[in-house]
Design a protein around this ligand. Structure first.
Ligand code: NAD
Length: 520
């Protein structure tokens, strides 16, 4: 999609963030405007999931490096929070331009470290780039409110920044998720500490370098690497006022609990199980393409993947078509021409997905298409590949209850629309759900009665563009304020109200009033 915009050629990234220590390539921290090699003794290897080659290693940042980052962010906050909104807007304008110019470099890094296909990696960036683009509107979206509440008395509401904020990212969208937070936090006047996923930090590092080139002053964005110890440091640091988290339920619950107990504002986007209802009247081609694309794209490693298809009525009308098109998808290394899905992120993730398919078989599910033992693609004997898998199952199976996060579609059958909606509403997650139908009345009922936050009508992955906000619900989120859009502005600001009275000298009486003012 980015290519269609006739972009200038990708510029060469300086790769200041890449280290070369005695034991191989490393990824630096970014603290106070400098890319600095960590002094840690604990490193985490980053693998190419198509080959297992070690690409780089990320440090488990030391306590003192973390403290340096918090100090740099606190120092930078003093001046950044006082810059004019137009200066901050200019940063977003420059950033979106640089992201476009360097799209190829970012996408290549994503394919290498995360494994998704090149076209999909461009989509990953595009969805983040769109957040930077909407952040340009900050000169309008930050406008406050003012009302004359009484004679000569005004109340004014300003949206002011929070301070130092933190963003903790997952592996599956290495560009999009850091970009959900960096532009929004920065244009609202905050400073940020980003902890990318330790499994694919490269895109975040390129973005950090581009932020610097876009004119972001030193210390406004800092990147520290690591696993749980860095996360806990973020939850505990008194200077950090808010945390944005995207990732698994387990980590999100921990971060939400620990962060809020320490008085921080926390927004946490968690796991999902997204259902699509297939009505008998739905357009065949559109529906099958949509289900297969949304179930198996990115090897199912999307929080908005369709992982459950609920067929209302006769499933024999749908299953052969779904299986045929799923079978036709090419599993291959992400850089290969024609690849439809790449590998899973790690051998552990592959084992876990295969284990869940096995459990479905043990529980009486029918494996209609089996991707467990697919032949390794040419040239990739060691990749973490699992092929598209379709399971005819039911709601009491483990493969239905747990988020699989792999290329697996569980198919359920329902007799009526009511039954299908009830299945979705009983599910603990609430990220998204879709319906495929040609009936407006059916779509309307679904939209009204289904309890999830993001609804698709003949649209399989109904993620709102960033002028709207992320709106997953139920077990898919913790916290009240969503990412980006108006919610993003609200998350990164607090309201400050000023009430002022300006009276003419001769209108001021000579007696003090002790009753509550009634604003006549
Ligand atoms: P993850 O929870 O393993 O990792 C996310 C971040 O949390 C990483 O930075 C990691 O270092 C840290 N972390 C991991 N385990 C932790 C722990 N026990 N305690 C504290 N911190 C921990 O998630 P992941 O595997 O990288 O990402 C996949 C998950 O993210 C899926 O569940 C997916 O649905 C979810 N996700 C949700 C959304 C959304 O918007 N709802 C978007 C993308 C991904």
């Amino acid at each position: 999609a980015l290519g269609a915009l006739a972009l200038p050629r990708a510029e060469q990234i300086s790769a200041n963030w890449k280290g070369t220590s005695a034991t191989g390539a490393s990824t630096k921290n970014f603290i106070g405007g400098e890319f600095v090699e960590s002094k840690t003794t604990e490193w985490i290897d980053v693998h190419d999931p198509s080959t297992q080659t070690v690409l780089t290693r990320v440090p488990q940042a030391t306590e003192s490096e973390f403290k340096d980052a918090v100090d740099a962010a606190s120092q930078a906050y003093k001046t950044w929070s006082r810059t004019s909104v137009v200066t901050r807007q200019k940063f977003a304008i420059e950033l979106q331009h640089l992201l476009r110019q360097n799209a190829d470099a970012i996408a290549n890094s994503i394919v290498l470290e995360q494994g998704k296909t090149l076209a999909d990696a461009h989509g990953d960036l595009l969805r983040g780039l769109q957040v930077a683009e909407t952040a340009i509107g900050i000169t309008s979206t930050l406008i406050g409110e003012k009302l004359e509440v009484s004679k000569d008395m005004d109340t004014e509401v300003r949206k002011v920044p929070l301070g130092v904020c933190a963003s903790i990212a997952p592996f599956n969208f290495p560009a999009m998720i850091p970009l959900w937070t960096i532009p929004m936090a920065a244009v609202t006047g905050n400073t940020l500490i980003l902890k990318p996923s330790e499994r694919d930090p490269g895109a975040a590092m390129i973005i950090a370098e581009l932020c610097q080139r876009a004119g972001l002053p030193s210390g406004v964005l800092n990147v520290v690497h690591g696993g749980v110890p860095t996360v806990n440091d973020i939850c505990d640091a008194p200077a950090i006022k808010a945390i944005s988290f995207v990732g698994s339920d387990r980590a999100g619950k921990h971060i939400y609990d620990r962060g809020t107990q320490n008085g921080k504002r926390v927004q946490a986007n968690l796991g999902a199980k997204n259902h699509a209802i297939l009505m008998p009247d739905a357009n065949k081609n559109l529906t099958i393409n949509s289900i297969v694309g949304a179930a198996f794209g990115a090897a199912g490693q999307r929080c908005m993947a369709i992982s459950v298809a609920v067929i209302v009525g006769d499933s024999s009308a749908w299953l052969p078509g779904i299986i045929e098109r799923a079978k036709a998808l090419k599993v291959n290394g992400g850089f290969e021409q024609g690849a439809d899905l790449g590998p899973l992120i790690s051998p552990g993730a592959k084992d876990r997905v295969i284990g869940l398919i096995n459990s479905a078989e043990e529980e009486g599910g029918k494996i209609l298409l089996d991707g467990r033992n697919i032949e390794a693609p040419d040239g990739y004997p060691y990749g973490n590949f699992v092929g598209p898998t379709v399971i005819l199952g039911n709601t009491s199976m483990k493969c239905y209850e747990i988020e699989i996060f792999g290329p697996v579609l569980v198919v359920l059958q329902a007799d009526t629309l009511d039954e299908a909606i009830e299945i979705i509403n009983q599910n603990k997650y609430g990220n998204g759900a879709a319906i495929f139908t040609q009936s407006g009345a059916t779509a309307r009922r679904f939209e009204t009665e289904v309890n999830v936050g993001q609804i698709g009508i003949n649209v399989p992955i109904p993620v709102p563009l960033p002028m709207f906000a992320w709106s997953g619900n139920k077990g898919s989120v913790l916290g009240d304020i969503g990412f980006y859009g108006k919610s993003g502005i609200n998350f990164y600001t607090q309201n400050k109200t000023t009430t002022s009275l300006w009276k003419a000298e001769d209108a001021i009486g000579n007696r003090a009033s002790v009753v509550m003012p009634t604003h006549h």
